[in-house]
Design a protein around this ligand. Sequence first.
Ligand code: ATP
Ligand code: MG
Length: 236
Amino acid sequence: YLSIRALRKEFDGFVALDDVSLDVRKGEIFALLGGSGSGKSTLLRCLGGFETPTAGTIDLDGQRINALPPYQRPINMMFQSYALFPHMSVEQNIAFGLKQDGLARDAIRRRVGEMLELVQLEKLAKRKPHQLSGGQQQRVALARSLAKGPKLLLLDEPMGALDKKLRSQMQIELVNIIETSGVTCVMVTHDQEEAMTMATRIAVMDAGWIQQVGKPDEIYEQPANRFVAGFIGSVN
Ligand code: ATP
Ligand code: MG
């Protein structure tokens, strides 16, 4: 479904991604897990079109996308800060991209209604972002990202702006929303517990390399090398 081949990204000679090849299946929640500077965000930004790979290819659903600008990719990226429009209500935030696409008013209203139901914010549709909790803001951002029905949803540290207590609750909620919407998701996290809880499969990254790809229990029980064993074991 999503097929990444021999992807390389250099910044002025510094190799941030080195020969990354990955296959993500339709409907998966795929986690990129690794320490700071391992190349997770760079890989996600290459998928979203916010970085141009030095070499390699990205195919989505049979279409070669690595040379397309972000807005031409059937992909949405949710940023860590959520980047909600502060002067717009919840429903206006969700409707924004649909309006830009020139969708008819009725169709927009229907779609916004579906999204509000999906993230269970029907009662808060008229509120502004500053009148919402962190978890509610995260759900608005998610609804806005899913409104256009992207083939691929990219999440960079989706829990990064939430306090520790809210995180574990939102991990479960986020998985429910993603699974209900049916979107394929690639998420970045440095938190192994979060990857284990949320992901169908995990790629462990270090220094621009993919060290191992597997289901959470495979990576936990059969780490491919000492790096993975050390990284996964470090909290337990
Ligand atoms: P973190 O968990 O801290 O967010 P990360 O795994 O997301 O880390 P990246 O942001 O992908 O790491 O960065 C990978 C490497 O590439 C780092 O060494 C970083 O300094 C470097 N890098 C990223 N963006 C640029 C850039 N625009 N110019 C130069 N170097 C960059
Ligand atoms: Mg990052």
